[in-house]
Design a protein around this ligand. Sequence first.
Ligand SMILES: *Cc1c(COP(=O)(O)O)cnc(C)c1O
Length: 237
Amino acid sequence: MTTIVTPEVQKRIADNWLEVRADIDRACRAAGRDASDVTIVGVTKYVDASLTKALVDAGCTDLGENRPQVLWRKAEDLDDVSIRWHLIGSLQRNKAKRTVPILHRLHSLDSLRLAQTVAEITAMQGSVLPCMLEVNISGDADKHGFDPKILEAELFEIQQLAGLRIDGLMCMASLEHPGNEAAIDFQALRKLRDNLAAKSGLPLTELSMGMSGDFEAAIAEGSTIVRIGSRLFEGVR
Ligand SMILES: *Cc1c(COP(=O)(O)O)cnc(C)c1O
């Protein structure tokens, strides 16, 4: 079913977007950072194509989805809309061929084998895909991502692959840390990034961290991409 986007719903989404932007600007100022250094990816996994389009109309053109099949459908439904698509959830290798051509950025590269598969596809396309390595920074059993302890060796292999531009790290804060302890995970990811950048010689300028509930802490620790979902769709779903 397609949601009818009434003027009230459109207004609510536009207001949510402005509020989120204002809060992120404030978090940047508090951290002594420039707001233009933080990209907001609007996470649209909760809503259908028409509400996704309403968010674009409100001004948010970087969009994130966590499931490849949903991404395919939305990208098709909205192919006349200018959107930069980010995949923020796991990509099974058998879905890579159809997903990679749609993407502006892959946040969730989580294995050497997936990196090899993606590199084969970009080689065929003659393109380069910006990718971030997803790290299971908290060590939660139910989280995806590289084990930080072995990431240096894996990165050495991955950086040899043409067609991928590994330019940063991504994480989710542990659900087991309520409240501001997300900051512990974000700081650990930033330190891991600093260390890997020094060892690999890759700049690794991007840190994808921070969601609706914890973006202030992430920005304070140097996040350059925040992934915001629920806040943007408050009151409309
Ligand atoms: C859903 C999701 C988000 C957005 O989370 P909210 O709390 O709704 O802002 C961010 N990142 C990933 C990987 C997600 O799956």
